[in-house]
Design a protein around this ligand. Structure first.
Ligand SMILES: Cc1cc2nc3c(=O)[nH]c(=O)nc-3n(C[C@H](O)[C@H](O)[C@H](O)COP(=O)(O)OP(=O)(O)OC[C@H]3O[C@@H](n4cnc5c(N)ncnc54)[C@H](O)[C@@H]3O)c2cc1C
Length: 447
């Protein structure tokens, strides 16, 4: 097929956001008689699921301290629920198991989940929390826990399988997905500043609207569009802070313990919810008893046949290199720099053993293969969904995004001129206007 020189909509990136937008937009165009999938071209420099979506843990949860995030996630969970088979989605639920310093935050999450009708159960107090967990897993033994939030919805999806499921839905509507085509720049109208064409290493594609959904490469494409490299943030007390870099990177640390996933079944033989534990009790090595961590720490894990074991991760770390000098490519497991090492394996396996006895003495089965990867974060670590240069819609999820399969549906509506209240709290202007999201006491930058 010839390289296209024109497409009404060009979507850059074939990950969760690019493909869910393509799918949702094609359906809406058709339904409203305004066109169809043939009007949409998805371009990816590598291929479907080549970015963060293809290596994500795949956890889908609602547990967010920020009301706007929670409402957005509830919407996305309804999209996951709409076709679990196509999305390789396992609605096993999700548990946030926390120490006292987080109880107040989690209580408010539970209250607000009730208010939006998102089904969950909340257990408070050390004794009751322990009993609840013990009833689920007979070998539960984590300490320093005073609350358990059990979300009955959510769970996880198999990372690449879900993205291929989305690609199939989009292609089924006539969307064309071009792999191996890298966007290198944009042609802009000199008067309006709107993008008139997307420049690639294979040729130029004229277009009316552009959607940028490039995950960890957000800064690269942002710079191509000459968008602001720094922001001014108005804080809650009215003071302003200038010169804050628009982008920074964190490295996500994940791995797999290569044991039979069935070994993590619950006491009644069912596949368990995704487990997330945050505690402030010291963590000691499961190998030699040495102190591993004496500040609050957290891990998450789930049995996952796709990964062939117990898969999960721990707190990410901030990349201190100035954003301009961070090497995003080669990405994910191919990166020589941003993959986990022995320290992660030691910490995470010790933490698993801290939580459940069945994991003790198993570190030898840790899969010693490259895993983890970079995420590109905004100044407040929350997404930016907004329009720039008149006709460029930027989806920058600040690494929250595998679970956000519904964002593409909302973006599709906005592309067609229908503003979406769920996306309103995520505009870029929030920094200058001081409309910031509340922050929590979790050790993770995304809670
Ligand atoms: C290790 C890890 C684990 C994670 N676990 C979870 C999780 O459990 N739950 C969760 O909700 N989120 C998770 N995330 C975050 C989540 O994966 C990302 O937020 C989300 O996948 C981003 O999706 P995206 O569509 O924006 O980008 P991506 O999936 O990264 O897709 C972007 C695509 O753009 C293409 N591209 C980039 N530049 C160009 C260019 N110039 N021209 C053409 N194409 C280009 C890339 O090739 C890529 O395929 C995790 C992230 C990591 C790194």
């Amino acid at each position: 097929m010839a390289f296209p020189t024109q497409s009404k909509y060009v979507i850059i990136g074939a990950g969760i956001h690019g493909l869910s937008t393509a799918w949702a937009l094609s359906e809406r165009l058709k339904k409203t008689g305004r066109g169809g999938g043939e009007d949409i071209l998805v371009i990816d420099k590598t291929g479907i699921a080549a970015g963060a979506s293809g290596i994500a843990c795949g956890v889908v949860r609602n547990n967010y301290f920020q009301p706007a995030m929670r409402e957005l996630m509830a919407h996305s969970v309804s999209v996951w629920d709409s076709d679990p088979e196509a999305f390789s989605y396992h609605p096993v639920g999700y548990m946030q198991i926390s120490h006292e310093g987080m109880r107040e935050d989690i209580t408010s999450i539970f209250e607000q989940q009730k208010a939006i009708g998102y089904e969950s159960e909340f257990i408070e107090g050390e004794g009751d929390s322990f009993t609840y967990m013990k009833n689920l897993f007979s070998d539960w033994r984590a300490t320093g826990i005073t609350s358990v939030l059990h979300e009955k919805k959510g769970g996880y999806a198999n990372n690449t399988a879900a993205i291929y499921g989305l690609a199939k839905k989009a292609e089924g509507q006539g969307v064309r997905i071009l792999s191996g085509v890298a966007v290198t720049g944009f042609t802009k109208d000199s008067a309006s500043g709107a993008v008139t064409a997307v420049e690639t290493d294979r040729g130029t594609v004229e277009c009316e609207q552009v959607v940028v959904a490039v995950g960890p490469w957000a800064k690269t494409v942002w710079d191509m569009l000459d968008l602001p490299r720094e922001v001014t943030i108005k804080a809650g007390d009215g003071s302003t802070h200038d010169g804050i870099p628009t982008w920074r990177y964190w490295c996500l640390e994940e791995g797999v313990l290569g044991i039979d996933p069935d070994l993590q079944k619950t006491n009644d033989g069912k596949m368990p919810p995704v487990i997330h534990v945050d505690t402030d009790d010291p963590l000691y090595s499961d190998v030699d008893g040495s102190l591993v961590r004496d500040e609050p720490w957290g891990i998450y894990y789930k049995p996952d046949t796709h990964f062939g074991g117990i898969q999960g991760g721990a707190m990410p770390y901030e990349v201190k290199t100035p954003a301009d000098n961070v090497a995003i490519d080669p990405y994910g497991p191919e990166s020589p720099e941003f993959i986990v090492g022995d320290d992660f394996a030691h910490m995470w396996c010790s933490a698993l053993a801290f939580c459940q006895e069945r994991f003790s003495g198993q570190i030898g089965k840790y899969k010693n293969e490259p895993s983890g990867g970079l995420g590109c974060f905004t100044p407040d670590s929350f997404p930016v969904f907004d329009r720039f240069c008149e006709n460029v819609y930027f989806i920058a999820d600040s690494n929250h995004g595998y679970k956000m399969i519904g964002v593409g549906h909302l973006v599709a509506e906005e592309l067609l001129g229908n503003g979406q209240a769920l996306l309103e709290p995520f505009r870029f202007s929030r920094y200058a206007e001081g409309r910031l999201h509340p922050t929590s006491n979790s050790p993770f930058p995304w809670s």
